[in-house]
Write a new protein. Sequence first.
Length: 523
Amino acid sequence: MQPGPRTTTLGSTMAVNGRKSLQPLKSAINRRKQIDNVVHEDEEDNYLNIDKKQPPKSYLVKLIKGSRSNGILNLASRSLTDVPEEIFLDEIADDENRNQHSHTPDFSKQDNDREAWWNRMPLKSLDLSSNLLKTLPDSIGDLSYLVVLNLQNNQLEKIPDTIRTLLELEKLILSQNNLSVLPDGLFYISSLLTLNLSGNHLQKLSNKIGDLSYLQELDLSQNEFESFPKQIGYLTKLTKLNVSKNRLNSIPNEIGALYNLRSFEINHNQITQLPISFGDLINLEEFYCNSNRLSQFPCFAQCAKLKEIHLADNQLTQIDNVQLEPLLSLISLNIRGNKISILPEQICLLPNLERLDVTNNNLADLPSQIALNKKMKCISIIGNPLNKIRKDIMRLGTDAIMKYLRNRIADDDDNNERNKVASNNETEEEKKRRLYTEQHVVRSTGTFDFSYKNASCLQDESIQLINKEKPSHINLSKNKFSQMPVELIQLNDCLLHLDLSNNIIQNLNPEVGRLKELRYLDL
């Protein structure tokens, strides 16, 4: 063996070159790492963007097998033109395994690609949304354990009648497709809680819609419906109904039977009036009826829970006081784009009103007392011929408008006092404004303050106010009452605090014992 000279030569070379001889090797290694990183990033991008084109079948099979662990399969946005048949084959195989009790599984088999059948879950949620599906196979009915089926944003023109066998289905989303008819089988799925059919070409709703008696949410918006069957009144568990953007010119009277309805949307139709039964929707909280042809303000007689009313872009010309009286929970009122010339004084007595939009109407003025509402956050009044409010104030927004109206109330009060001194009389208009102001104070505070009036009895207008608003606190101090006003007995279920101090009462009316809720009495 003669390795000496080569070893010596190599050693000498390395000794001479030192670190310099390692530099080409380091550069080569770094270049190799950069190439590997680029390749790895490209592979990762291809994996993440697999839904930009139809994925390979092997990948779909892997997803389908993966869904067996939790019963959830998401194939959304995969550019699928057909529903993978492996979904149904796998499901059928599972049913066979469950039903063949005599079969004894071979525990000796070690198959990493195949999960033990007893650990698998049946498919309960299937998302095929945002694909290119034009049809569904009849075998869709074999997925008998499905609870959620999402088919929105495809190109479906029909649904197979075999869907009737999905007796566990609770949520069915068919929005944004090309459906013009619905199979009768759909109305056999009595377990449905949510049905979304928006964005199709449906023109008629089957009378069998009433068979879906457990339905809670129904979306029929963006279709071509001209009417609805009266059987829609059978959906008494419905809490949410959206029929916006159709061709409706009326709503069936049976709508009043939907006593659980909380949200109702009928925007962008051709409705001229609502049935009287609409006022029976006792749990209604949100009502959207923008862009229709209503000429009269709807009846909300029993809608005490209503929080939002949207009636923009209709043909309303007036609102009466009596129409607003039930709306004690109202937070937002949108009546922009109508022909209203006067706002009723009752609007000042809505204790929870925060947003009022009267843009583009025919209003010449606003009732000053609306400024007494401390909850008001936004008033939109642009586009009205308001000749009593300066434009510079309107441009400054809600705070400036409210301040201006409050100042106007103070000025009106000063003028009224001067007029009383001069004529010792109150005009009807002055009396009307005063009563609305008093009513607003009682309603918003729960207190009726009648102190320092030098009065020996309650006037009729005060008695009417007390009976209507039922305050919990009443202050009658510093007057000339010789007895507790007997009219207060009618407040036996609400009066908590009664101040009768500094009067000339010598004997207390025993009727005071009927005020069963009274907690404080000052004599």
